[in-house]
Design a protein around this ligand. Structure first.
Ligand code: AMP
Ligand code: MN
Ligand code: MN
Ligand code: MN
Length: 289
């Protein structure tokens, strides 16, 4: 077993058709290898259901990829939806599975209610079924609503779907029944995983609020935060690395890949500024056994 193999390419945040990614777990791991990724975390929204297929594909096709079993848990904090990635979780842990089942039920309820609201607003009674089809067997998220609105030419981009219909300021929005940050961290750590605050710069928080979030996340037992993402500018990355040091959080990185597109790719432009502790510093990897 090797730790911290130099030159290892990590991508510790990605999605499959088990939630709102468009590639199957099998296709995602194949793509990760093509992109030169050595260590990939699959972190679907509130579900572990994509991991088995990914693992089987790696084994059957003997892909040179280390798979980190992960999950991205939605939480409620001060009226915001804050995402926490659990890395290296034990997929057989009962308490984690119970929490994810509750979260998935909240997800289904919210999707039905939002589809009802939006269906009325747009006079499209079939909207729930259409969005449900977008999600297939996977967990339903607002990304599926956004894709439906784009396909129907009701918006001209996914961003616009959130800006015009799906964001918390709009009438169709439904407050979800997510767990607290503390509950998510406890379930992740209880299953042997590491709790990572996902994409801290993407919540649109003012500096004071962001610092409060980082402090409370740390106090609740959070261990790491995402510092690097492929689309961010250098200032943002350096600032996040500073926060990680200040709040004594390990540093993680990930593309948050959902679908192939020109501006975002698995493993692309992911590096950590020096000085901090990478989230993988104490991992034994499957790369060089
Ligand atoms: P939910 O978990 O149901 O609240 O859905 C959140 C998901 O919607 C995120 O994981 C993203 O995949 C997607 N999303 C959120 N904001 C945007 C945005 N502005 N543009 C495109 N996708 C977004
Ligand atoms: Mn998503
Ligand atoms: Mn997220
Ligand atoms: Mn994500």
């Amino acid at each position: 077993m090797a730790q911290n193999v130099p030159g290892t390419r990590y991508d510790l945040h990605s999605h499959t058709t088990a939630s709102d990614g468009v590639l199957s777990p099998a296709d995602l791991v194949r793509r990760a290898v093509l992109m030169g990724v050595d260590v990939l975390a699959i972190s679907d929204h509130d579900t572990l259901s994509g991991l088995a297929e990914a693992r089987e594909t790696i084994e059957q096709e003997q892909l040179p990829l280390c798979l980190i079993p992960a999950v991205e848990i939605s939480t409620a904090w001060e009226g915001e939806e804050i995402h926490i990635v659990g890395l290296n979780v034990n997929v057989d842990n009962d308490a984690l599975q119970t929490l994810l089942e509750q979260q998935s039920e909240s997800r289904r309820q919210r999707a039905r209610q939002m589809a009802h609201n939006l269906g009325q607003q747009l006079n499209r009674p079939e909207l729930y079924e259409q969005v449900r089809q977008q999600a297939g067997e996977g967990a339903i998220t607002r990304a599926h609503f956004a894709r439906y609105l784009l396909q129907e030419r009701l918006v001209s981009s996914l961003d616009q779907a959130f800006a015009h219909y799906l964001g918390s300021q709009h009438p169709a929005y439904v407050q979800p029944g997510w767990c607290t940050i503390a509950v998510a961290i406890e379930a992740i750590r209880g299953s042997g995983g590491k709790a990572v605050l996902a994409h801290p710069a993407r919540y649109g928080l003012k500096v004071k609020q962001l610092r409060k979030l980082l402090l409370e996340f740390k106090q609740a037992g959070g261990q790491a935060m995402e510092v690097a993402h492929c689309q961010q500018n250098q200032d943002e990355r350096l600032q996040l690395a500073k926060y990680a040091s200040e709040f004594q959080l390990q540093a993680s990185l990930g593309s948050d890949f959902h679908h192939p597109c020109a501006w975002l790719e698995l493993g692309r432009n992911l590096w950590l500024p020096g000085g901090g502790t990478p989230v993988w510093y104490d991992w034994a990897l499957c790369l060089e056994e």
